[in-house]
Design a protein around this ligand. Structure first.
Ligand code: ADP
Length: 831
């Protein structure tokens, strides 16, 4: 009958899981109790193996308020598969709450009846991938922003172009204006002449002058020698909406824009003082409520006798020109304030204008006598030269190129646009304008982006490999789970077919519950619950104590139990041998939830063993009789040989004797094993002196061997109450092992320590020593260390010694280092 559980243990499971790098865990129940988790999963959680057996919430309290615990519950209750990609989870790693991203799957694993038996939890930490993707998105946004900026810059370039056109228009308008002014001047002069003429002709008749003045669009004012206005023509009253009376004297002055008033009055009054002509510009309030710019000029007029008569001044509306000028001023400001590099280049490639941003970028103080090519990074100069000469052929350009800062020597990337500035009239190119936004950052980002793309491709490849691995692991796990289910199936079948039963003990009341199979073996009624007292009365009384101790130990230490004992069927009186295995289950708080196990009928196996034992006992016993006879005859022969002084016979018989002693020890050993197994090994205690026993045993040993020195250290001189022969066997066995497993000529040292409650004997050798993995097993029946088989033995000496010492209430153990010798200790209680 199989003695090991068909399930893999947690450790074995973990070993399976640990073959993969994929984080994997198995959970059970609504609270997702962690059944097992591999190292990769523990790393993700930032936890150690202590989380095994805890619910997910207890193991990872930071998951409270996150959706995962609820998902597990759903997977468990509804037998679902829930999976997610790039899912954020907050976990406490090294005491710090951090966000990670996972691809994960919670898969309900079901048995044949469709019942969920566990949840397979796999997860891949994809934080790096997600963060990388976000970084790329950010980079793309930046890039888009840069591109938007570029569009703006292009607009700016267009504006500058417009500006150039406006400038040209302005120049044209200015010229026109100049012409108009000249015409006006001529007209004025003519007018003056005509007025003078008229004055001369019609000196007394102002009426005629007025008629003339009223018939023109030009604003005409006549002032007297004191500066007072004495006449305004119709266009004035039309423009201002004020009557001539209101305008007369200095009534016109408060129509002038407050910002222009003082300046213009200064010009006018100082001209008046010197009787000189004047010109000036000012804004005048119209009857519509807005201001119009007027350009005025007034030549002085004189009477026929040469005395100063005042002014006849004429004004023209220059509002349109003024607006253009203003616009130009603003555009100039814009260029000055722009953070872009803006330059105007002459046909000889000399820089004629460079805005402050340009000077800053180049690290220049001014542009005196500089050539445009000095701005360009030396390696890019041929390209720049080609582009600039292209503009002179009428080809505008836009090209990424490097300028450089003369002071730092550092190049910087710009997107350089250039176009020709042409003379409006002749169409001749007069200069080249260039606008150059700095794109160094964008360039760097592009390079970074390229690097990131390469890295991403590598990461993706890795990810694909990991995914494949994951798929494989998943496949393996499914197969493994299937195997588990099969094993469970077989176990259930075994229970069903009546080869074993089940039992459990209530951890609180310690009441025992058993399955029907157990009841029938014990001869208890099948149709009612079995009483604990009835169950115990079926168990052989000699085993009650051992069983109780074993159960209590399992419950106290949360460990498993394994016992063999005979029972008597309470109905039929039939005797059977039973093996019960049990395991204690605990919840996440460490409370025992169940202590249960299997109840197996091992009668056949046990009877086999008993038969084998009886056989060994019988053979040993039968061998002893002839051996005793041989021993007797040898002694008679020895005496005779001594008498005849037959030296050869003396030596031969001594050797025969030694072999007989060895054989007797061996046969006694087997006899004792068989007695022990059949519980017939009796301990007969007497009071005796331990020192005496030690000395006797050493002397006996010397009789059969003289290859080693046996040293007895100052002893403890204590009387003990024990089975003298059997303790003698133990000492003798430990000494002969010391001799057997060490080189000739080495020493065996025996010492003894006394405490209040016990005495401890130590037997130390300088022999081959024992490996740590063997030390625990030395005291098992028939156990022999592998590789020592050239030395004869059956592996029963230490087994018997341990049984004898333990039956005395003592302990036995060994300490050893391979190649350096061993020390065997045993204790006996003093009381
Ligand atoms: P055996 O008859 O094989 O000596 P024992 O039960 O006395 O049986 O010992 C069991 C095994 O323990 C031995 O086979 C040997 O390998 C090992 N052993 C016992 N005593 C010693 C010792 N003093 N030094 C090294 N190995 C020892």
């Amino acid at each position: 009958m199989s003695q090991s559980s068909p399930f893999l243990s947690n450790d074995q499971l973990i070993e399976v899981f640990n073959y993969t790098h994929t984080a994997t865990a198995v959970h059970v129940g609504e609270t997702a109790i962690i059944q097992t988790a591999n190292d990769a999963m523990l790393r993700i959680w930032g936890k150690d193996r202590n989380v095994i057996g805890k619910s997910l919430e207890d193991a990872l309290p930071e998951l409270k308020g996150q959706p995962f615990i609820e998902m597990f519950r759903k997977v468990w209750l509804e037998g679902l598969v829930i999976s997610g990609k790039d899912t954020a989870a907050d976990l406490i790693i090294d005491g710090e709450l951090k966000t990670f991203y996972f691809d994960f799957e919670y898969r309900a694993i079901k048995n044949d009846e469709g019942k969920t038996i566990c949840i397979l939890h796999t997860a891949v930490d994809v934080s790096e991938r997600v963060l990388r993707r976000e970084a790329i998105e950010r980079e793309q946004q930046k890039d888009e922003a840069l591109q938007r900026e570029q569009v703006l810059n292009e607009e700016l370039a267009a504006t500058v172009e417009e500006l150039a056109a406006t400038n040209e228009e302005l120049v044209a308008t200015n010229e026109e204006l100049q012409e108009t002014q000249e015409t006006l001047h001529v007209l004025n002069n003519e007018l003056e002449l005509r007025v003078a003429e008229r004055f001369n002709q019609l000196s007394e008749s102002e009426k005629r002058f007025k008629t003339m003045a009223e018939g023109t669009d030009i604003f005409i004012t006549v002032g007297d020698e004191f500066g007072n206005a004495i006449y305004f023509n119709k266009p004035w009253t039309n423009l201002t909406g004020r009557s001539m009376d209101a305008l007369l004297a200095f009534g016109w002055a408060d129509l002038i824009h407050p910002e222009d008033r003082d300046r213009y009055l200064d010009i006018y009054l100082s001209a008046l003082r010197d009787k000189k002509p004047f010109t000036g510009e000012f804004r005048v309030l119209t009857q519509k409520g807005d201001y119009r710019w007027l350009l005025t000029s007034g030549p002085p007029r004189f009477h026929a006798d040469g005395s100063f008569a005042g002014y006849i001044s004429s004004c023209i509306d220059i509002t349109e020109r003024k607006l253009i000028e203003l616009e130009r001023l603003n555009l100039n400001k814009l260029i000055e304030a722009s953070s872009e590099f803006i330059a105007l280049i002459g046909l000889d490639m000399s820089i004629q204008y460079l805005n402050p941003a340009g000077l800053r970028k180049l690290g220049w103080a001014n542009i005196t006598n500089r050539n445009m090519l000095e701005v360009i990074f030396p390696a890019d100069r041929p390209t720049a030269e080609e582009l600039l000469s292209g503009v002179l052929q009428g080809i505008d350009f836009k090209q990424e190129i490097r300028f450089w800062n003369e002071i730092t020597g550092n190049p910087f990337w710009i997107e350089w646009s250039g176009f020709a500035i042409k003379d409006q009239e002749t169409g001749q190119i007069t200069a080249i304008a260039t606008v150059s936004p700095d794109i160094t950052e964008r360039k760097l980002h592009q390079e970074e982006l390229q690097d990131i793309n390469i890295e991403m491709a590598a990461a993706n490849e890795e990810l694909a490999a990991t995914n494949e691995e994951l798929a494989q692991t998943h496949e393996d796990l499914i197969q493994y789970t299937q195997k588990l289910a099969d094993s469970e199936e077989r176990l259930l079948q075994a229970i069903d077919t009546g080869k074993m039963g089940t039992w459990s003990i209530d951890p609180k009341t310690l009441e025992i519950t058993v399955s029907g199979f157990v009841k029938s073996l014990l001869g208890l009624p099948l149709d009612e619950p079995a009483k604990t007292s009835d169950i115990m009365s079926a168990v052989h009384a000699d085993y009650h104590n051992e069983l109780k101790k074993s159960f209590a130990n399992a419950l106290n230490t949360h460990s498993s139990s394994d016992n063999e004992y005979p029972i008597t069927n309470l109905t039929t009186g039939e005797e059977k041998w039973i093996r019960t295995t049990g395991r204690v289950f605990v919840d996440q708080h460490g409370h025992i939830t169940e202590y249960s196990g299997l109840f197996i009928d091992i009668t056949e196996q046990k009877l086999d063993e008993i038969r084998k034992n009886d056989f060994i006992g019988m053979v040993s016993h039968e061998l002893k009789t002839p051996l005793t006879a041989i021993n007797g005859f040898v002694q008679v022969l020895q005496r005779k040989a001594k008498k005849d002084e037959d030296n050869y016979a003396i030596v031969a018989l001594e050797k025969t004797n030694s072999q007989i002693r060895k054989m007797t020890t061996m046969i006694n050993g087997f006899l004792n094993v068989s007695r022990l197994e059949s519980s017939k090994l009796l301990i007969e205690k007497t009071n005796f002196n331990l020192d005496d026993l030690l000395k006797e045993t050493i002397e006996e040993t010397y009789i059969s061997q003289s290859s080693h020195q046996i040293i007895l250290h100052p002893t403890c001189g204590v009387d003990i109450y024990a089975d003298r022969d059997k303790i003698g066997n133990v000492i003798s066995n430990l000494i002969s092992n010391g001799i057997k497993y060490s080189d000739n000529g080495t020493s065996i040292e025996i010492s003894c320590n006394l405490s209040d409650t016990e005495v401890e004997v130590q037997i130390k050798d300088e022999g081959i020593g024992i490996r740590p993995e063997d030390i625990e097993k030395l005291f098992e029946r028939y156990y022999r260390v592998q590789g020592n088989h050239t030395i004869s033995g059956f592996g029963i000496g230490l087994y018997l010694s341990a049984e004898i010492v333990e039956r005395h209430g003592g302990r036995i153990w060994a300490e050893s280092e391979e190649g350096k010798g061993s020390v065997f200790h045993f204790t006996l209680p003093l009381s």
